[in-house]
Design a protein around this ligand. Structure first.
Ligand code: AHG
Ligand code: MN
Ligand code: MN
Ligand code: MN
Length: 335
């Protein structure tokens, strides 16, 4: 401490949202209120995760979700917390969650103008081991009078007005971005109960020799993916492998240090594993706005992909600009 000055003028998430709102003359404050409800859901999910081992929240719920995952007790609680927060905000017309087969339409708020997509707990298979997990979200603004139908949801990432994710690690981190805007990182100060802007205008390094993928799947990989990973391992200075198995945690590291995260489509999972609306598109928006790239297994820009169903999946490659470009170049060569 000593000579270091204490910052008495910190930017909390609340202050940041207020300042953003005043930049937009047409803003009604609805988006800000929605973000406050999001913030509450993050705090409360973080709290349950931290207390999980103490209050018997470990292990499986005994059910599975529509995409075939076994639900953990915390998947179910995180989902309930998220839905309650979105409903009570009064600003959400429709909600898509990994844990809900159908979109939830809030008819009690017919004038609400936002659609929210969420993965309440990403990386939940890691929960009992105390590994970092997080929440992913994406927000669409709806046209006046929208009833929250499928057409309001089956849109590309380029239509998102905001997206981001939290990571519940040594501290809770929130990364968020708005359309065409910067990526900002906040850290939860538990004593204040506030997210503090600690990483303004995050920019992903242009390159870095780190790759992150589940290489256990390589038996099923297509030729270009095999060639690409092999080229990294045979590089003059071979790349480091880092794979946590929670996309939020792998993505957060990639954003800060650079490198690439990949979950390609393969011969077994021909559509990939990660889901477009609440995993791939929000992450892709964050990576692009931080100066990186994100593409699917056909090398299309991930944010331009339009899902046909709300739980559709995609392959994804995202990370530093140059690292993703290597993947694109190898795929182009294979034609
Ligand atoms: P979720 O826990 O929300 O179902 O997501 C799991 C995802 C993602 O977090 C992670 O990157 C990936 O699944 C890990 O998959 P593998 O276990 O197949 O590597
Ligand atoms: Mn799951
Ligand atoms: Mn997930
Ligand atoms: Mn999940």
């Amino acid at each position: 401490v000593g000579s270091e000055r204490i910052n008495t003028d910190i930017v909390t998430l609340t202050r940041y949202l207020n300042e953003e709102q005043t930049k937009h003359k047409e803003a009604t404050g609805d988006f800000t209120l929605l973000c406050h409800a999001l913030q509450f859901s993050f705090k409360s999910i973080a709290y349950y995760i931290r207390r999980a081992s103490l209050i018997n929240l470990g292990g499986l719920a005994g059910s599975s979700n529509v995409t075939g995952d076994d639900q953990k007790k915390l998947d179910v609680i995180g989902n309930d917390v998220f839905i309650a927060a979105m409903r009570s905000s009064g600003r959400v017309r429709v909600l898509v969650s990994e844990e809900e087969e159908e979109a939830i339409v809030f008819d009690e708020y017919p004038d609400a103008r936002y659609a929210v997509m969420c993965d309440p707990i990403d990386g939940s298979s890691n929960l009992d081991a105390g590994v970092s997990v997080g929440t992913i979200f994406g927000i669409f603004k709806l046209a006046e009078g929208a009833k929250g139908t499928k057409e309001d949801l089956l849109k590309p990432g380029t239509s998102l007005v905001a997206a981001g994710f939290t990571m519940y690690g040594a501290s809770a981190q929130l990364v968020m971005t708005m359309r065409g805007g910067a990526v900002n990182g906040f850290t939860m100060d538990n004593a204040l109960g506030e997210f503090i802007l600690t990483h303004p205008n995050m920019r992903i390094p242009k390159k870095r020799a780190i790759y992150s993928c589940n290489e256990g799947n390589s038996k099923y990989w297509e030729e270009p993916v095999l060639e690409w990973v092999n080229s990294l391992k045979q590089a003059e200075k071979p790349y480091s492998a880092r794979y946590i198995g929670s996309m939020v945690a792998d993505a957060y590291r990639t954003l800060l240090y650079g490198g690439i995260f990949a979950y390609p489509a393969d011969k077994k999972s021909t559509k990939g594993k990660l889901r477009i609306l609440y995993e791939c598109a929000p992450m892709a928006m964050v990576f692009e706005n931080a100066g990186g790239q994100a593409v699917n297994s056909k090398m299309d820009r991930m944010v331009e992909v339009i899902p046909e169903h709300i739980h559709d999946r995609s392959g994804i490659f995202m990370g530093s600009y140059d690292e993703v470009q290597k993947v694109i170049d190898i795929h182009k060569k294979h034609g």
